[in-house]
Design a protein around this ligand. Sequence first.
Ligand SMILES: Nc1ncnc2c1ncn2[C@@H]1O[C@H](COP(=O)(O)OP(=O)(O)OP(=O)(O)O)[C@@H](O)[C@H]1O
Length: 391
Amino acid sequence: MTGPTARPGGTPSPDVSSRGRSSADVSSSDVPSRAVSSSDVPSRDIPSSDVPSRDTPSSDVPSRDTPAAEVSALDSAQRLVADLSPSPAVWCSGLRKRYRRRTAVDDVSLTVGRGEVVGLLGPNGAGKTSVIKMLLGLVRPDAGEVLLLGRPGRDPSSRARVGYLPELFRYQPWLSAAEVLALHVRLTGLTVPAEERQECLATVGLADRATDRVGGFSKGMQQRLGLAVALVARPELVILDEPTSALDPVGRADVRDLVLALKARGVAVLLNSHLIGEVERVCDRVVILDKGRVVASGTLAELLGQRELRLRLDGVDAQAEARLAAAGPLTRTGDTFTVTLPGEQDGGIVPELVADLVRLGVRVHAVEPGRISLEERLLDILRTGPTEEHR
Ligand SMILES: Nc1ncnc2c1ncn2[C@@H]1O[C@H](COP(=O)(O)OP(=O)(O)OP(=O)(O)O)[C@@H](O)[C@H]1O
């Protein structure tokens, strides 16, 4: 996944507004303001003003005098645009960042599809937060390109539909939790009714602290409030940088449920977390960074494989053992047989094996698919370096 990737069909919008700013964002001096030109393939993210519409009175819109051929061409163009798949929630290519002589991010490209949950993993200093800040336009990349929801990441309007929980943040201590949410909703330029804001506080477990001043909140409560801020303006993409670092086990489980609920609603999530078990439970795909580079990426099945099958059996004769060995390399410890299945398995391989064993008179006590954990794979990749298979 390293190296520049083809740009998706997102056409940046010239519309720039202050929507999507967060009072927890880093200083505006980090935020580039240069406009980005566009010349790409259209996507559904094209502002509707760029697309000819029969409903909009305009000099470009066909009138009764417009020749039929022209109307038909406009119809086709509209259909073509409507049929295009939406651009990814996050797309970046060739991101690089140096801080003085230290390279923090080196040629990082990644994509988060709509409704997809992607985990960003890597050791301390790997460049995860730097990548996130470049995606959000909070740090200027030395090279590379970013599109958020089909618009340039540097365009503040792209962030109106992005919820962001920064790794380090501090809200105005003199405001109440409800006031912090109201402030952030105003910054997005959207209208979110008070009841919905209160529901959002309830979602993160702060329903009964709405009127309390944030200055008196514990670290975990501040992190819960940060989550509420990230979620309150009905985002289409949520970027969570270490969302559970201060949370208790119940809070962590809540965040897991929350990420799964977002996914169920079609919201894309980019999750940076050192809690690998959490990432393994909620993420569709994982991108592993080390020393600023992508060292591995893929779905959990791709990264972890699903190659082992452990069976606890009795009554295994030579014929049954031969059947087990036909499924893949076989080892035996007491009554436990472990078969290494081929990488590309078809879904029928396990039920067929079990049915054959039963037919051969074997008593099947347990069948367990085994695979290594994401933590083991991560350590393996970081210690020994990536293989072609991981990249
Ligand atoms: N503002 C900055 N000035 C100088 N160096 C920086 C700055 N921000 C990050 N770095 C350096 O860039 C590298 C990557 O840092 P980054 O915070 O992106 O890593 P990370 O993977 O998020 O780490 P962690 O898991 O510890 O949060 C580190 O070597 C860090 O010291």
